[in-house]
Design a protein around this ligand. Structure first.
Ligand code: THU
Length: 161
C-alpha cells in the first residue's frame, strides 16, 4: 500500500482592496454582473467574468427555469459563451461573485461540482491554467492558481479513448 496525498495552496486576501488593479477590475465587473443573473427561484445571483488572453472580458450569469434542473450555473454559461464566440482564445482568469438576496454575501463561494468538471476540461483543452478569483460583494477574496486543482482525480476524456 502507498498513501497518496493531494494538496494545493491558494492566496487569501482580506478584501478586494488588497488585489492588484487588473484583478480588482475583474472582480468588480463580476460583482456588477450579478445584476444580470436570472434567479427568481433561488434569489442567489451568481456571475462569472473571464479575462481572455486578448485582454477582453466575457460575462456569464446563472439562468434559472421554472423547471429547476433546466437552470444553468454562471460558470457554464460563461464557458459556453467563450467557446462559441471566442474559439481558440485562452482564458487567463475568471472572477466569480454572487449576491444572495437574503444575506450580506460577504465571503467567497466556489464553483459547484459540475462546474468544476467543466472548468477542468476547458483548462485541459486550452493547455493553460485558468486562475480563479473568488469573492463576494465584500470580505475575503481567494485566488486559486489553477481551476483543475478543485477537481482532483477528475474523470477525463482520456478514459473514453
Ligand atoms: N450557482 C451558480 O451559478 N454557480 C455555482 O457555482 C453555484 C450555484 C447557481 C445555480 C442556481 O441558479 C443558484 O446558484 C443556487 O444554487
Amino acid at each position: 500500500m502507498v498513501r497518496e496525498e493531494f494538496k494545493f495552496s491558494f492566496e487569501v486576501f482580506n478584501s478586494i482592496t488588497e488585489l492588484n488593479t487588473e484583478n480588482t477590475l475583474l472582480l468588480k465587473e463580476a460583482i456588477k454582473a450579478t445584476e444580470h443573473a436570472y434567479a427568481p427561484y433561488s434569489r442567489f445571483r451568481v456571475a462569472a467574468v473571464a479575462r481572455l488572453a486578448t485582454g477582453e472580458t466575457v460575462r456569464g450569469t446563472n439562468q434559472e427555469n421554472a423547471s429547476y434542473p433546466a437552470g444553468i450555473c454562471a460558470e457554464r454559461v460563461l464557458l459556453s459563451a467563450i467557446s462559441s464566440s471566442y474559439p481558440g482564445i485562452a482564458i487567463d482568469t475568471i472572477a466569480i461573485s454572487y449576491h444572495n438576496e437574503t444575506s450580506d454575501s460577504s465571503h467567497p463561494i466556489s464553483p459547484c461540482g459540475i462546474c468544476r468538471q467543466s472548468l477542468q476540461e476547458y483548462e485541459h483543452r486550452q493547455n493553460a491554467p485558468i486562475r480563479l478569483i473568488l469573492g463576494g460583494k465584500k470580505g475575503k477574496v481567494y485566488i486559486i492558481p489553477q481551476s483543475s486543482l478543485l477537481m482532483p482525480l477528475a474523470f477525463t476524456g482520456d478514459e473514453l479513448k
